[in-house]
Design a protein around this ligand. Structure first.
Ligand code: ZN
Ligand code: FE
Length: 256
């Protein structure tokens, strides 16, 4: 299997951008552009030149630098087909089950509405890598600005069906705050307790907690565990649907 290189960089108050590079063809993609200057410094640091830009959704912290980066690099821009707010500069618009080729590898599009209705995630099966935007976070999920809880639960289930070894790059370092919320929902989960300890030491040393692994999220992220008997018991929702349990967890987090 051909190995692509991944480079994560920080921008804004808590955002992550990622560069994807193929050493053979020199093709380089970047996922979202909240800050063109930061993206350009990351490219210069790696000595990679940009060929593709992949946009997950319309929010300014993911698109503010798009116009400038596109003009400076001439990169081809992939983005969402569903329009919740117009994104200027897209060259192609993608939705569920669309795919394209990057560095001879298939990139599959998973439409995951909820945080916004336009949200798309980029999945590279050959690399076991998912770019989840603001849909799935480490120990969290995106706030529901445009979609319904049911919509978001359907979206998260699409991601939950990917192979457990999938490495997940999400767009924000929200993990420590998410960790304390997760403990409030699932306090007897030993894997979660251990994970929170390691997150605390990583963040104390200012080390990113991203990327994460799908298996770890399935074991510890309460937003993916609406079917878990202990969590249902804790919420007194033994007979509710998974979507209702998810909605309750999302509401509790909004007020945490
Ligand atoms: Zn967002
Ligand atoms: Fe964001």
């Amino acid at each position: 299997m051909k190995k692509l290189l991944f480079h994560q960089y920080e921008y804004g108050s808590d955002n992550y951008g990622v560069l994807i590079h193929d050493p053979q063809s020199k093709a380089t993609a970047c996922v979202d552009v909240g800050d063109a200057t930061k993206a350009i410094s990351a490219l210069e640091e790696k000595k990679w030149s940009l060929t593709d830009i992949w946009i997950t959704h319309h929010h300014p912290d993911h698109t503010d630098g798009l116009k400038e980066l596109k003009i400076k690099t001439g990169a081809f821009v992939y983005g969402p087909k569903i329009v919740s707010q117009h994104i200027e500069g897209l060259d192609i618009q993608l939705t569920q089950d669309d795919q394209f080729v990057f560095a001879k590898q298939i990139v599959k599009i998973i439409h995951t509405p909820g945080h916004t209705t336009d949200m798309i995630n980029f999945y590279l099966p050959s690399q076991n890598i998912l770019f989840s935007g603001d849909t799935l976070f480490a120990l969290g999920c995106g706030r529901l600005f445009e979609g319904t809880p049911f919509m978001m639960w359907e979206s998260l289930q699409k991601l939950m069906r990917l192979p457990e070894k999938t490495i997940v790059y999400c767009s924000h370092e929200y993990t420590l705050a998410n960790a304390y919320f997760s403990l409030s929902i699932d306090p007897s989960n030993e894997l979660l307790k251990d994970r929170v300890k390691s997150i605390e030491s990583l963040r104390k040393a200012n080390i990113p907690t991203i990327p994460t692994e799908l298996k770890v999220e399935l074991d510890t992220n309460p937003f993916l565990r609406a079917a878990n008997a202990q969590i249902r018991e804790n919420l007194n929702m033994r007979n509710n649907s998974d979507a209702e349990v998810f909605e309750k967890i999302r509401t509790l987090k909004d007020n945490f």
